[in-house]
Ligand binder design. Sequence first.
Ligand SMILES: [Zn+2]
Length: 247
Amino acid sequence: MAKATRYIRNLAQQGLSLEEQDKLMNAKILIMGAGGLGSGVIMSLSALGVGELKIIDGDIIEESNFNRQIIHKYRSINRAKVMSAKDWVSEFNPDIKVDIEKVRLNENNYLRIIQGYDIIVDCFDSYDSKYFLNEIAIRHNKILIHGAVQGFKGQITTINPEKTGCLACIMEKPMVNDKEVFASLSPIVNTISSMQALEVLKIVTKRGVPLYNKLLTFDGFETETKQLCYTKSFTCEVCSKAPKFEI
Ligand SMILES: [Zn+2]
């Protein structure tokens, strides 16, 4: 563990053991989206010292992103979000290996993208993308850390295909009118993204209790959290019909 100074406050009392820090430094995490949730997850995982990040996003930076997408710089408007994200990580923690792809995830490219990654963090902002990612995770036995925000509310759960139900067990894909745009507020986004990074920490170090079969909801306006328990639904169109994992 060569980086003892950088991570000294990870390793102090009530923190991580050297072995756990090593596990983080050897971990490879796939982050889907470099927007609001992606910014927070990238920051937290870079600070924790995760060894390798792969970041996927097809968008460029727009001025309307800055109310919550806090790793991107104003001078980077019109630049690919993944390029800006890679620059942020390189400047903050140059020991982290960062792989990026400016691409939208689809049926034709996803297999290549997920290859070699066991933990995927869902930082997408559309429910179409989130449910597609859920299907991929179930199909290929990947741990998926789901997070979502809408206005003052957010939610998070961790899907482990061997142990838990999936996003489709919890709720049907919401019907969202494309013309409806919900608020995405920085403190809510950062709360949920921090909890997503915490799930990564617990799963990689095998310590603590991940949000398996529990959906944690957060209402920032009422300052209220709830944990809703769920299980694999025998009638789920996604996970009840996928008993065999493809890779
Ligand atoms: Zn399911």
